[in-house]
Design a protein around this ligand. Structure first.
Ligand code: PLP
Length: 392
């Protein structure tokens, strides 16, 4: 074939991280069949969906089998009932949005990956370490990326520095992989910078439900953000929808890039390339956002958060520096004794049979750091905490 392929894809680094982790775990378990491995690298949820959610899912599925209640293609931006529930959810944090600002999707990853479709050739600013989708989806479109450094000194919460030209800025808070959360001053610095430089913030709030301290859950808590930010959020971690698939993106109506209305572009992009989320899933998402649904979903979130805090307590007691461990399911620790992240991976695996994720896989600044998560069971987490206490 002689057609031209999109060769920008060739610029994407092979994501060997999880395959390499999997390979090393396989080799170890085959060689050591009697040892019980505890997997603390899981980024997926493990708790079952609350019954209020599954009841809504089943009821809506039954409606689809009845001529009177059958539904075909859903509205392209989501059913009104769900967009209104999302608006009410934001109102709990004092944020006023309109259902028109909400675009329901099959999850945050798709929206994050698709947003570059409506943006031109801008400089893209991405904090490192990072959720890899921001990087790869821009490389696929041939965009110029400038990384800004997260490190132990800035608590893995870099602030704007040297941004002069209008740029597209990715922020994720609470952060994957570092678990770090911006406070209001930090986010205000970014919003002010975006307004001054004519930049756009793409804010990933996928872990907002983990916040219990007085920290912003949404970029729209910051004045002026409705003029410079798009927010992506998800039912995955809040309500356990990683297998059901549902999320949303907020594009405030009237958000302008120069003379161009970004809301209109996103509406056009979604209605051209996306046919909506299934009715039963949207009903399940609506149930998750009812008062009772939120209460039940947050019980699961606090289960994971409690796991993360058990691990954080171990590192705190050993004087090991870390971020996360509260307001987040993640703990991001400095590998002790100056070990590299893969060395520490092997060390934990061989000495105490704990599997985590080497920080280097999340970017250059992740070298020397390590990610553990609270998404496992309480029993496993307690056992892992005991093993770590003895080892470190
Ligand atoms: N954003 C971040 C920071 C994530 O860590 C993840 C998943 O792990 C996602 C987005 C993807 O969310 P979803 O399951 O809604 O696609």
């Amino acid at each position: 074939m002689n057609i031209k392929a999109n060769t920008e894809f060739l610029n994407i680094k092979e994501t060997y991280l999880f395959s390499e982790v999997g390979k090393r775990l396989r080799v170890y378990t085959e060689a050591n069949p009697g040892k019980r491995l505890i997997r603390m690298g899981i980024g997926d949820v493990t708790r079952p969906l609350p019954q209020i959610v599954t009841d809504a899912l089943c009821k809506a599925a039954m409606e689809m089998g009845n001529a009177e209640t059958f539904r075909g293609y859903p509205p392209e931006s989501g059913y009104g009932f769900l967009r209104e529930s999302i608006v009410r959810y934001y109102a709990r944090s004092g944020i006023t949005l309109s259902p028109d600002d909400i675009f329901v999707s099959d999850g945050a990853k798709s929206d994050i990956g698709n947003l570059p479709d409506i943006l031109g050739d801008n400089e893209v600013i991405i904090p490192d370490p990072v959720y890899p989708v921001y990087v790869d989806s821009n490389l696929m479109n041939g965009r110029r990326i400038r990384f800004i450094e997260g490190n132990i000194e800035n608590g893995f919460l870099p602030l704007p520095d040297g941004i002069k030209e209008p740029s597209v800025i990715y922020l994720c808070s609470p952060n994957n992989p570092t678990g770090a959360v911006y406070d209001r001053n930090g986010l205000k610095a970014w919003v002010d910078c975006a307004l001054e430089t004519g930049s756009l913030i793409l804010f990933d709030a996928a872990y907002e439900a983990f916040i219990t301290d007085d920290l912003p859950k949404s970029i729209y808590e910051i004045e002026g953000a409705d003029k410079c930010a798009i927010e992506v959020c998800s039912f995955s971690k809040f309500a356990g929808f990683t297998g059901l698939r549902c999320g949303w993106t907020v594009v405030p109506k009237g958000l302008m890039a120069g003379e161009v209305d970004l809301w209109k572009l996103w509406f056009r992009r979604q209605s051209t390339k996306f046919n909506g989320v299934s009715y039963p899933v949207q009903r399940a998402a609506e149930a998750a956002l009812s008062d009772e649904g939120i209460k039940k979903c947050l019980e699961n979130v606090s289960y994971y958060r409690n796991n993360a805090s058990l691990l954080a307590d171990v590192f705190a007691s050993k004087g090991i520096r870390f971020t996360g461990g509260k307001n987040s399911p993640y703990i991001w620790l400095e590998c002790p004794g100056g070990m590299g992240s893969w060395d520490f991976f092997d060390f934990l695996l061989n000495e105490v049979q704990i599997a985590g994720t080497p920080g280097e896989g999340f970017g250059r600044c992740g070298e020397g750091f390590f990610r553990l998560t609270g998404f496992g069971s309480l029993e496993d987490t307690k056992e892992a905490a005991e093993r770590l206490k003895k080892l470190l």
